[in-house]
Design a protein around this ligand. Structure first.
Ligand code: SF4
Length: 684
């Protein structure tokens, strides 16, 4: 829809899907969202939207939206008043607190909710004494928070998205950004038009690999071998940036020694690609005047996810490819506010502003700021550990906002058992998700365009949006719900609007210090760090120094760790999961859009044509996909996009995570979604 035809009020907004943070306008007539207006002056999407972004009004206008608070009665639901619902949630939390203590409470914040909601939700959890507050970054980029943060001092994209156009070489490993963050590919394309080389490492042929000058089709789970092979080649060919290493890093000699005895040829053998291609990739990346490394869940969702992130960072540091236009490391993040939820402290390892939760100084700082006598030392239980604790019976009560662990966590059978085991579960949502179906109380929430607040995109861009329309029925803004629950528990939050909470964030998180509502409410907002009201924001990090104790980046030793499971005669194929362009997360939002559903609406599995014909499987057959955790039906899609022995399923549709692995990276506690040994057979 174009602006010329618009007659209603145009309210600036942000796409609620991926973390690119595209801007657009919602056309409002009589408190209804009736159209979309494009925003050509937005610095990241320049007016464009991907298929998901173009379909966002279907979420706001869906008849399936939750409209009234409900409580479970037997196997069904009874509509209740807000007062009763809030009393029940407060009672559930209070009972658990009294009987079992604060560690029995688990809080799951939301990468889809705004910064103010996440901040206050995490504050409520900690003021109740529970260190167990987390968000779904645990399932996608917890290794970036830990690994990148440890090496560089910050855990976000070093450069803004548009700066990709300045890169002369773009190395994408474990990311299908052309589908997962479609508008980011606009800037990669622009770099290509200026002559940049694109190298993609991915076991599959994807929309991203089609952009590549060199596609390294590595075996699943061999990213570390590839990265070490590239580092070996960089060292052997004298491409190390010695000046950068000497002036701005520590740890090079140790890493270099650890690579003794490791050859490009051994990397090639492990990865299933040629040594010449690994050396070529290394030369392109190290030799260009400005290279960017992009990575995502193909790197992080492994039992060695944190090590993989460290290896990516080491490669960037070895080559001195950071801190300049076109040179940086870019974790490609999937959800609209996953960066912000972590920034404001909805994560077990950190109080707001990445102050370590295990550090007594953090506790003292927030005790004073929040005027409370005590706060819990962390880290508490991660979201993945909360499920284990619930199965074991030590976690008794959960309050979940805007997340659907039944569909999104690995090993669905275990997740259901965990939630069944709870004495009380409250879910605050916009649709009746599988997780909400298991709750004792369901609280209907406002969607992004029905409330005020700020969101932080993956490029650290913080943008404020005003409420465009009212929520449906009795649904309420999440912030007021959190405040009311907190007040019933004696925490004295009062009724606070989002701008007041943002002011508290401005005071307590230095990087957000200058991000007033007025400033981030302008088109494109501001990129953190923005420490003062006159600071212009920061497009490129680490231009002079790193925010570490000595100002230097850490080149870390990396430890290879094999995938938690291997193929066997019973489970001979390796299954990976990932995103597709038409859907988002658990598809609870995108499935409300007929145009998206019509194009892709059910669970399918890509398998190599040779494997399919060997098993007597044809295109469109219904097959059973079985792993050590369970089985699920899917539509077969034989293709040469995956190599023999490998299979791929999109994770958006219910059932995909029945079969995925819940083995955890011991450092970041992310599950290994990317490697599950499976068996595929025709449904009899
Ligand atoms: Fe932009 Fe991502 Fe939304 Fe697509 S899904 S319009 S790329 S923010």
């Amino acid at each position: 829809m174009g602006g010329d035809l618009m007659t209603g009020k145009m309210v600036a907004s942000i796409c609620p899907y991926c973390a690119v943070g595209c801007g657009y306008y919602i056309e409002v007539v009589d408190d209804r969202a009736v159209g979309i207006g494009y925003m050509p002056d937005h610095p990241t999407n320049e007016g464009a939207l991907c298929p998901k972004g173009n379909a966002i009004l279907d979420v706001l206008n869906s008849r399936d939206r939750l409209r009234h608070p409900m409580k479970r009665v037997g196997d069904g639901w009874a509509r209740i008043s807000w007062d009763e619902a809030l009393d029940l949630v407060a009672k559930g939390l209070r009972n658990s607190l009294k009987k079992y203590g604060p560690a029995s409470l688990g809080f799951l914040a939301s990468s889809r909710c705004n910064n103010e909601e996440n901040y206050l939700f995490a504050k409520m959890a900690r003021m109740l004494g529970s260190p167990n507050v987390d968000n779904c970054a645990r399932l996608c980029h917890a290794p970036s928070v830990v690994g990148l943060g440890g090496s560089l001092g910050t855990s976000a994209m070093t450069n803004n998205i548009a700066d990709l156009a300045n890169s002369k070489c773009i190395f994408a490993i474990g990311t299908n950004f052309a589908e997962a963050q479609p508008l980011a590919s606009r800037w990669v394309q622009r770099a290509k038009e200026r002559g940049a080389k694109v190298v993609v490492a991915d076991p599959r042929v994807t929309s991203t690999s089609w952009m590549a000058d060199l596609h390294l089709r590595i075996r699943p789970g061999t990213d570390m071998a590839l990265l070490k092979g590239m580092m070996r080649a960089v060292i052997d060919e004298g491409l190390v940036d010695r000046k950068f290493i000497a002036e701005r890093t520590t740890g090079f000699e140790r890493l270099s020694r650890s690579l003794d005895g490791f050859s490009v040829e051994s990397a090639a053998e492990a990865c299933g690609v040629s040594a010449a291609d690994i050396a070529k990739a290394a030369r392109l990346f190290a030799g260009s005047s400005a290279s960017s490394l992009l990575y995502s869940m193909g790197i992080t969702q492994h039992v060695c996810g944190t090590e993989n992130v460290r290896a990516c960072t080491d490669l960037v540091l070895l080559c001195g490819q950071v801190g300049r236009p076109g040179a940086g490391i870019m974790p490609m993040r999937g959800q609209n506010n996953v960066q912000g939820a972590c920034d404001v402290g909805a994560m077990v390892e950190f109080y707001p502003g990445y102050r370590r939760s295990r550090d007594p100084e953090s506790i003292e700082l927030f005790k004073a700021a929040w005027n409370v006598p005590d706060l819990p030392l962390g880290p508490g239980l991660t979201s993945t550990e909360m499920m284990v604790a619930a199965v074991a019976g030590s976690l008794k009560t959960m309050y979940i906002i805007g997340e659907d662990p039944v569909v999104c966590d690995p090993n669905e059978r275990k997740t259901r058992k965990a939630l069944e085991n709870l004495e009380f579960l409250a879910v605050q949502e916009i649709f009746m998700t599988e997780t909400a179906e298991m709750a004792d109380v369901v609280l209907p929430a406002a969607a992004w365009a029905e409330k005020d607040g700020s969101y932080t995109s993956m490029e650290r861009r913080v943008q404020w949006i005003d409420r465009a329309i009212s929520p449906p029925g009795e649904a309420r803004e999440g912030l007021s719900v959190i405040c009311d629950v907190a007040d019933r528990l004696g925490l004295g939050f009062g009724r606070r609007d989002a701008s007041e909470v943002l002011e508290e964030i401005n005071r307590l998180i230095p990087a957000y210090g200058g991000m007033t509502k007025e400033r981030i409410g302008r088109t494109g907002g501001l990129l953190w760090p923005c420490p003062s009201p006159d600071h212009p924001g920061t497009g490129i990090l680490h231009t002079e120094t790193f925010p570490t104790s000595d100002g230097r980046a850490r080149i870390e030793l990396v430890e290879e760790r094999p995938p938690a499971e291997e193929t066997s005669p019973e489970y001979p194929l390796l299954l990976m999961t990932g995103r597709i362009v038409l859907h988002y997360n658990n598809a609870s939002m995108t499935s409300r859009s007929f145009p998206l559903l019509r194009r892709e609406g059910d669970l399918y599995i890509e398998m190599n044509c040779r494997d399919a014909s060997g098993l007597g499987i044809s295109k469109g057959d219904t097959v059973i996909v079985a792993t050590r955790r369970g089985e699920v039906e899917a539509r077969a899609e034989p293709t040469d996009k995956v190599k023999p022995g490998v299979a791929f399923m999109p994770f958006h549709f219910n059932g995909a995570n029945v079969v995925t692995s819940d083995a955890l990276d011991p450092v970041s506690k992310i599950p290994e979604y990317k490697v599950a040994a499976c068996r595929i057979s025709v449904r009899s």
